[in-house]
Write a new protein. Structure first.
Ligand SMILES: Cc1ncc(C[n+]2csc(CCOP(=O)(O)OP(=O)(O)O)c2C)c(N)n1
Ligand SMILES: [Mg+2]
Length: 690
């Protein structure tokens, strides 16, 4: 019988050799960091992480985030050796392994559960998609925020339902990325004692030594952020690592950074401590030499020695199963004592809404002066937030402008020690806000974040990941166009709408009046697996008279006929503030005997999902006289304008001036739309005559 410490070593070396063999077989990947960090990951998973491989989505599990996504084989080896079970899209645990040995053998191949970088929703046990450096650690801050919120909101005396820890493994690259600084600063400020980052300090990145580009004193930096900093001088010292994790768990009001000095490619005699261990296979010969160094059979490939899975099962498996069972029996008692709270906890796990979630949504009377999109949204958001107690979020220091503050009694400000509050203050950290929203959503609360549309670019990498992960994060972007006015071109979005629409799976909605804002919220709240951007005006938009024109519920189809004429001969298609412009043009055209139809098109994405019959009904293919109007880049509108239609949009940046002057300068007035419509028809008439 091997001793415990021999078994520990065997497990560590199994993680290492699986990673080396998988990268070698794929002839691509990153072997060096799994080889170096295997003892760190082993120590954490085997002795500390509260995680049950039999039920990897148990709500109070500890989270492990591999922020160094390129070291994915480290995580896949752990998932395989711990026998983590797969979960299906309905959140049901199925009997099969999340990662089989076969998946590992097919690392980086089509359909393997082991893609190049870890992907949430594809591989069970992967808590978030990582790969873009810095995203994982920043996302972990959102998980820790959600953990604090859930504990403060749902725990009751004798019922500590939530109290999970969040661990994230970072590298030199994460430490250099800006998003990491934003997130660390926020985590320190919020005193997230449930958060622990491990920094693999191997002083190597792709180009070589970190001496080339990085000379920060990371420990000092994190101390100044309010973190507790621990140093472990040897990544192979399991005792020291254990002590470090114990110490981290003891801190209630400070996040912890454990800096681990390590050797990339540990054990590979010619590649250790070099950039060559980072991004390419070791080579057959170097693999053999490293295996010899570990005392491993040199010719064995993908070897899982007897006793290794069993050892994990006896350690993390047994501990996790006991914790999970205790949690579920606690939850049964909780359900009896607090049925409403238990119902909320259960629903949020399945991303379901509470009964009556849309009760009391406002509706806005026709009004030519109207309401700003952001003001209408504030009313709707406050109404739904009362009904949906796990809807929380905030702004990147712009809530007074984005109007996203929850103002009802008890909503409160989320600050250190006030973790049940619903208004977060992300500070001027759009990128960390985006990543934190992802972490919150992955923890199953319903998060929103807001800012000016122009600054969506600052958080775009995180938005992209939300779409890739298929999680229902809500973004509220106001100040949506040159309508911003005097702030000028730095603040006036032009290409942002087009670029958000280009993200697959992201639902973009730019409502045209207050009632469309209500309907947009209705659509967004019912999304379970898609993020959405609500794009709102700063300025007032007339509230359309719905007794005269089409119902705003058409928003759910993405586009609908707002104003019509019998047998329309020209289509006016618009979003947001330009919808009313088209309504005005339509009235004028009507008076002149021209039959136009106004199509309000708040969401391309939703429209594209409709049946062909519906799409052809709204945009009859035979009507090729078309004018599309949007205060943004014209890119993409050809799709709806057709080859002969006209697009009225922005071809340059905006300018600093009062809105009225800008509308004139850039040609957003009814007269121009009327003229464009007539020109379209003239062309057709000529064509018919010829
Ligand atoms: C945002 C981002 N930029 C660039 C890359 C490409 N990249 C992958 S790994 C890496 C170097 C990372 O170095 P480090 O974090 O020290 O990892 P190690 O080589 O030590 O494992 C780079 C630049 C990336 N994945 N994400
Ligand atoms: Mg490094």
């Amino acid at each position: 019988m091997p001793t415990t410490s021999e078994l520990d070593q065997l497990c560590v070396n199994t993680i290492r050799t699986l990673a080396m063999d998988a990268v070698q077989a794929a002839n691509s990947g990153h072997p060096g960091t799994p080889m170096a960090m295997a003892p760190v990951a082993y120590s954490l998973w085997q002795n500390h992480l509260r995680f049950d491989p039999e039920e990897p989505i148990w709500p109070n599990r500890d989270r492990f985030v591999l922020s160094v996504g390129h070291a994915s084989m480290l995580l896949y080896s752990l998932l395989h050796l711990c026998r983590v079970k797969a979960v299906n899209p309905k959140y049901e645990v199925v009997g099969t392994l999340s990662v089989s040995l076969d998946d590992i053998k097919k690392f980086r191949q089509l359909d393997s559960k082991c893609p190049g970088h870890p992907e949430y929703r594809w591989t069970s046990g992967v808590e978030t998609t990582t790969g873009p450096l810095g995203q994982g650690v920043a996302t972990s801050v959102g998980m820790a925020i959600a953990g604090k919120f859930l504990a403060a909101t749902y725990n009751r005396p004798g019922f500590e339902l939530f109290g999970y820890h969040v661990y994230a493994l970072a590298g030199d690259g994460c430490m250099m990325e800006g998003v990491t600084q934003e997130a660390a600063s926020l985590a320190g400020h919020l005193e997230l004692g449930n958060l622990c980052w491990i920094y693999d300090s191997n002083r190597i990145t792709i180009e070589g030594s970190t001496k080339l580009a990085f000379s920060d004193n990371v420990a000092t930096r994190f101390t100044s952020y309010g973190w507790n900093v621990i140093r472990v001088l040897d990544a192979n010292d399991l005792d020291l690592l254990n002590q470090a994790f114990e110490t981290a768990k003891g801190y209630q009001t400070r996040p912890t950074l454990i800096i681990v000095d390590s050797h990339i490619g540990y054990g590979a005699p010619n590649k250790q401590d070099t950039k060559a261990a980072h991004g390419e296979p070791l080579g057959e010969e170097e693999v053999r030499l490293a295996k010899r160094f570990y005392g491993w059979p040199e010719d064995a490939k993908f070897l899982v020695p007897e006793g290794v899975p069993e050892h994990f099962a006896a350690g993390m498996g047994a501990r996790g199963a006991a914790e999970r069972r205790a949690w579920f029996s606690l939850f049964d008692a909780y359900r009896a004592a607090y049925p409403d709270l238990a119902d909320a906890v259960s629903r949020m796990q399945r991303r379901e809404l509470p009964e009556g979630w849309d009760a009391g949504l406002p509706s806005f009377p026709a009004d030519p002066k109207g309401v700003a999109g952001r003001d209408a949204s504030a009313k709707v958001q406050n109404a739904v937030a009362r009904n949906l107690p796990w809807l929380l979020g905030g702004a990147a220091d712009l809530a007074p402008s984005t109007k996203t503050l929850l103002t009802f009694d008890g909503a409160g400000d989320f600050e250190a020690g006030h973790y049940s509050a619903r208004n977060l203050h992300f500070g001027i950290r759009e990128h960390a806000m985006g990543a934190a929203l992802n972490g919150m959503s992955l923890s199953k609360v319903r998060p929103y974040g807001s800012g000016f549309l122009i600054f969506s670019d600052y958080g775009r990498p995180a938005i992209r990941l939300a779409a890739l992960m298929e999680i229902p994060v809500i973004y509220i972007f106001t100040h949506d166009s040159i309508g911003v006015g005097e702030d000028g071109p730095t603040h006036q979005p032009v290409e942002q709408l087009a670029s958000l629409r280009a993200i697959p799976g992201l639902v973009t909605l730019r409502p045209g009046d207050a009632n469309e804002v209500v309907e947009a919220w209705r659509v967004i709240l019912q999304l379970r697996h898609q993020p959405a951007c609500l794009i709102l005006s700063r300025q007032a938009l007339p509230t359309v008279d719905r007794s005269k024109y089409g119902a705003a519920s058409g928003v759910a189809q993405g586009a609908y006929t707002l104003c019509d004429a019998p047998d329309p001969e020209v289509l006016l298609i618009a979003t947001g503030s330009e919808v009313y412009l088209c309504v005005a043009a339509h009235e004028q055209l009507l008076a002149e005997g021209v039959r136009s139809r106004v199509v309000s098109m708040p969401s391309w994405d939703l429209f594209e999902r409709q049946s062909e019959a519906y799409r052809n009904d709204v945009l009859p293919p035979a009507v090729t006289a078309r004018v599309c109007v949007e205060q943004g880049s014209t890119m993409g509108w050809e799709r709806y304008a057709g080859s002969q239609g006209q697009i009225i949009g922005m071809h340059t940046f905006g300018a600093s001036a009062p809105l009225k002057d800008l509308q004139k300068k850039f040609g957003f007035d009814p007269g121009r739309v009327v003229a464009a419509a007539k020109k379209q028809l003239e062309g057709k008439a000529r064509a018919r005559v010829e």
